[in-house]
Design a protein around this ligand. Sequence first.
Ligand code: NI
Length: 167
Amino acid sequence: MKICRVGDEVLRIPTPLVTDIDGALRETIAKMFYTMYVNKGVGLAANQVGISQKFFIVDLALSQVSSGRLILINPEPVSSVGSATEEEGCISVPGVTEPVKRAARVIFRGTDLDGNPAQIEAEGYLARVLQHEYDHLIGNLFLDRLSPLKRSFLYKKLKKKRLEEHW
Ligand code: NI
């Protein structure tokens, strides 16, 4: 699967809810895990591979903490507590990492791959990744959480890079 990058319209469109959890979705998710590992990511939202639907996958295997494979369909934030600022990057935003302030602890609710209600409580790195992936699904990028000055500088830089490298 091809990774969509900053400048691709699909990343900016809030994703509609998933209505059918079926074999096709399971197949898509299996392909997304493969794509995520190939690109050395720890999370991937459906619209990052051009699928405008509300679900994401996470596997922190490439970091120090292990989470196993997480899949959350139609996620919604339930609560968020505290704040933490850590360096963040995104496979849709090549070559950029910046400190991003996010909630320290979160609870997300959604549906699992069997169609059952699911709830994920997380802190630390996993909490950050869940918030990052949820942002994708509502059409946001981590760049949008930076100061206006830094954001506009980085958007200009990325636009130039995109033209030079023909994304
Ligand atoms: Ni991302």
